[in-house]
Design a protein. Structure first.
Length: 314
């Protein structure tokens, strides 16, 4: 391990200050773990950046597959780390609460590797299309590809929002594309293919088969349920073998669609009618649950005759 030495890392100090302002107790566990890992590896990199970055030449031709794991969690400098981790902090707080920690960690792990693979595919395509072998040597490092993928997920699970990109109000579903172009124009040294790979992986998850594939691969782990649609424990019963599964009655079945005031009024009327009928009307019929509706209402004259007959029987 090689510890970074030299100048004061202003970006790192600002990042730590921002984290302290949010409060460790307010940061979900996986998000906090990702922040801690990236900060630790920035201060104590596993290897120099040229030995951890991912490229077609290093990843595909030389089979240095460990770079798929190392490249996302290493950063070029403190400001690179700062901007990426501030973005991760915000996106992590938003998404981890929605997707739950185990699934969110699973997403981070899969996206980190898959984005590197898609990045190499894109660079290889550029080599063939433009007939320029230099694209094989483009070496990418940093967490920004994963962040673009998470941005796609965040826009998917929180639709209808508006994002500000360079002061322009952009519908969230288009914001990642606008940011992709804007960042490349402002900072030409950034990896356009790496950011694009993140967007494509995010779309593969939200609109393609990736989510179902991930669920199938994690099918043996009971903690991995459908993340965006938590199991509704009121929709069915769970029990021991032999237990009959059934759907319970809806709230409407119990209330008849009445308000609380109407339910109270109906209960009073039912009680009065019960006394008027002497309990004979429903002797052989099971009453429905809740605020039942009495059968056909009798006229005042008919009720008077019933009272007289009961009086004569007494």
């Amino acid at each position: 391990m090689q510890r970074r030495q030299g100048r004061v890392n202003a970006g790192l100090l600002l990042l730590l200050y921002q984290i302290s302002q949010v409060g460790l107790q307010n940061i979900p566990s996986v998000t906090l773990g990702v922040l801690a890992l990236n900060i630790f590896l920035f201060l104590n990199p596993v290897r120099p950046l040229p030995e951890v970055c991912i490229s077609v030449n290093e990843g595909f031709y030389r089979r240095n597959w460990q770079r798929l794991l190392l490249s996302p969690v290493h950063h070029a400098d403190d400001w690179h780390l700062y901007y990426n981790m501030i973005s991760m902090l915000w996106k992590g707080i938003m998404l981890e609460k929605k997707l739950k920690s185990i699934w969110f960690a699973y997403i981070i792990a899969v996206f980190s590797v898959l984005i590197g693979v898609v990045y190499m595919v894109l660079e290889f395509m550029l080599v063939k299309i433009l007939d320029d072998p230099s694209y094989e040597m483009n070496c990418a490092v940093g967490f920004s590809g994963v962040l673009f993928a998470l941005k796609v997920l965040n826009n998917h699970y929180n639709p209808g929002r508006v994002s500000s990109v360079l002061g322009l109000q952009i519908p969230s579903k288009y914001a990642c594309w606008v940011e992709l172009v804007a960042i490349h124009l402002i900072s030409p040294g950034t990896s356009f293919a790496g950011h694009l790979a993140g967007i494509l992986v995010g779309l593969m998850y939200t609109m393609g088969p990736l989510k179902n594939i991930m669920k199938a691969c994690a099918g043996g782990i009971s903690s991995f349920t459908d993340p965006a649609r938590p199991r509704d424990y009121y929709s069915e019963y769970y029990g021991y073998p032999g237990y009959q599964y059934r759907t319970p009655r809806s709230y409407y079945d119990y209330t008849g669609g009445l308000t609380e005031e109407e339910q109270l009024e109906r209960a009073v009327l039912n009680s009065l009618n019960e006394r008027d009928f002497g309990g004979a009307t429903y002797t052989n019929e099971r009453r429905p649950y809740g605020f039942w509706f009495p059968p056909e209402q009798h006229s005042e004259e008919e009720r008077r005759r019933q009272r007289l007959r009961r009086f004569e029987r007494q």
